[in-house]
Design a protein around this ligand. Structure first.
Ligand code: BMA
Length: 316
């Protein structure tokens, strides 16, 4: 199957990009964001590259999901905690609501502790005003740990991508825990399976559907003369046994096509750290980082995406 980069399953909001560096004085990029609903508002955890200091995260909230108010202070405060050396640069948060708390996993900035590679840090909040850094829950190299929104057969669940870097593409694995801190029972999930994700794939927190756990993924394809291309796809995991992959989009569902996605600090990138299901409206919203520079909004019918994942036509 061949098609152009414009023929995606997701539809862009016509006012994209919705947040840019112009909205945050002193920044040169406002991009990949954790996302969830809290108190009826859309909450984004913005990754911000500053002109004069390492990247931090700020909370943005919105009544209508389009116009955001951005906090004036950094959300995480690792200074003086045991996690300070691991959290000098924070980007790419992945948020999961479990019971009445929000758990946020993010990769440690590389090279902070004697040249170590990124590991996965877990934080927790209830109000998006203050956050507690809880523990390191994934060894290097692991940039993408994310949690399931509820216990499965009595245990919490997590998806990781160990590896994924200069040493190779890495693979996605699931693991389980009694307390969100101690993880085990690791099971292989999926490795790169198509041209569009041959270099790397990575997950965001799963969304529960009647058909299974829907997991959006990013996929990276290497273009020898033009750098990499980051696109989106999705997989479906069995509800009872999430180590079973029961569906996957053979082809991508969203790709960089608009100027703000194609040209930026890193060209040809649409990158996600989460998605927001609006079950009542049969809608899935995705706030995505565009070219590692700004944030766009795209959405699709949830049922249409599920249909695509479960009955996927062949990939390009
Ligand atoms: C990934 C992460 C993301 C980034 C993407 C494209 O490896 O570093 O933060 O958006 O590369 O540069």
């Amino acid at each position: 199957m061949t098609r152009t980069e414009r023929e995606s399953l997701l539809t862009r909001y016509e006012g994209n990009p919705i947040i840019t560096p112009d909205d945050v004085p002193g920044s040169n990029a406002v991009f990949n964001c954790g996302q969830t609903m809290h108190d009826g508002k859309t909450v984004l955890l913005l990754s911000i590259d500053w002109n004069d200091r390492p990247s931090t995260v700020r909370v943005a909230t919105s009544e209508d999901g389009i116009h955001f108010e951005i906090a004036q202070e950094d959300f995480f405060k690792p200074q003086g905690t045991p996690f300070e050396p691991y959290a000098r640069r924070i980007i790419d948060t992945r948020v999961t609501k479990i019971d009445d708390a929000y758990y946020i996993a993010f990769p440690s900035g590389g090279n902070t502790v004697s040249g170590m590679k990124p590991c996965g840090i877990l934080a927790k909040t209830k109000d998006f005003k203050t956050a507690e850094l809880v523990e390191i829950i994934a060894l290097p190299t692991n940039r993408v740990p994310c949690l399931f929104p509820e216990k499965i057969n009595g245990r919490y669940g997590k998806i990781d991508r160990p590896g994924g870097g200069p040493e190779g593409p890495g693979e996605m694995w699931v693991s389980f825990s009694p307390d969100l801190i101690h993880w085990g029972s690791y099971r292989f999930l999926i490795k790169p399976y198509a041209k569009w994700n041959a270099l790397k794939i990575g997950p965001v927190p799963p969304v529960k559907t009647e058909q299974g756990w829907l997991v959006l993924i990013h996929g990276v394809q290497r273009h020898p003369c033009a750098g990499n291309s980051y696109r989106l796809g999705a997989i479906m995991l069995d509800l009872e046994d999430p180590s079973k992959v029961i569906g996957r989009t053979e082809d991508w569902i969203f790709a960089p096509a608009e100027p703000y996605e194609v040209i930026g600090k890193v060209h040809h990138v649409v990158f996600i750290c989460g998605c927001i299901p609006d079950y009542d409206e049969d809608r899935l919203r995705v706030y995505y980082g565009a070219a590692d520079t700004c944030i766009g909004l795209a959405s699709c019918r949830l049922s249409e995406l599920i249909e695509r994942v479960m009955n996927s036509p062949g990939g390009a």
